[in-house]
Write a new protein. Structure first.
Length: 291
């Protein structure tokens, strides 16, 4: 797949619509290699990673967008985040008490009753968070509901994933600028989304982006922009682990050190382990520590 780990933005030059198309392979595998999940869970995580990649291009500033779902099903938590600079990561937490269904499961069967949270966190400024119920059969439908309710933007999303790669398309209506006739505008939106509804699973996973966009929208004038590369990248570091320990306070850290001998902080995203001994703790809190 020549468009592996690339995101293309595109515009309908004669309509008030925009779109994005993304394919993930290596970045998706980089996420999976750090944690082993059942195949049905891998596919769901692939959809979350794809959706986070699509939504990250809507960020107009340096920041992070995070999709997180919590529920009472076999998957108790699933999360994917992507930065404005296209660094992607994700994680799943499985329930210790709820068994997996034997057959292929959809979103409600895997997560159960719960909520989907969309968080936008700028590098500078206040964090914004939107919440929608997990009351649809797919992640795409939940996200479409979110945009309709909170952003008042007509948005459609198509997501596919298997054990090796993922693909997704996002279409979004823009404020009226090109076509002033509301009826014509609505007809163009209906036509574009109806055409996108014909996309096949194998097309989203295997067909090169420009070819697929031509297949779907050849009756429109579509302008495709230069791609952005998507990559797996974890934001953990020893420095951030030190900050986390300092936030606990000297007494709690010393108690952990007494109980464990060495403090280990595991990153749940990449399985990196940061270890701290007595000398490290003295460096954090001063030489009068642990006397």
């Amino acid at each position: 797949m020549t468009n592996s780990d690339l995101l293309h933005r595109f515009l309908f030059d004669e309509c008030d619509m925009r779109g994005e198309i993304v394919s993930l392979e290596q970045s998706y595998q980089n996420v999976l290699e750090h944690n082993i999940y059942p195949e049905m869970v891998q596919r769901l995580l692939g959809e979350f990673l794809t959706a986070a990649s699509l939504l990250s291009s809507t960020l107009k500033f340096d920041g992070i967008i995070t999709l997180q779902a919590k529920g009472v099903g076999p998957v108790s938590l699933i999360m994917a985040e992507c930065t404005h600079h296209n660094a992607l990561r994700g994680i799943v937490r499985l329930s210790e008490t709820v068994a997996f269904p034997e057959d292929a499961a959809d979103l409600p069967e895997l997560i159960g009753q719960g909520i989907l949270t969309i968080t936008v966190e700028p590098a500078k400024g206040e964090r914004y968070q939107g919440v929608v119920p997990l009351d649809a059969n797919t992640l795409a439908e939940c996200l479409e509901h979110y945009f309709y309710q909170s952003e008042q933007l007509k948005t459609r999303i198509w997501l596919q994933a298997d054990a090796k790669k993922t693909g997704g398309i996002l279409l979004q209506a823009l404020p009226t600028q090109i076509v002033e006739n509301e009826e014509v505008n609505e007809e163009q939106w209906h036509t574009a989304t109806t055409l996108a509804d014909t996309v096949k699973r194998e097309e989203l996973l295997d067909v090169e982006h420009n070819e697929l966009l031509y297949r779907l929208f050849h009756e429109f004038k579509v302008r495709v922009f230069s791609p952005s590369a998507i990559r797996f990248e974890c934001s953990c570091s020893r420095k951030r682990s030190v900050a986390a320990l300092k936030s606990l306070g000297r007494d709690d850290v010393e108690q952990l050190l007494i109980e464990q001998g060495t403090i280990a902080i595991d990153c749940q995203f990449c399985n990196q382990v940061y270890r701290f001994d007595a000398s490290d703790v003295r460096g954090m809190f001063g030489q009068d520590t642990l006397h």
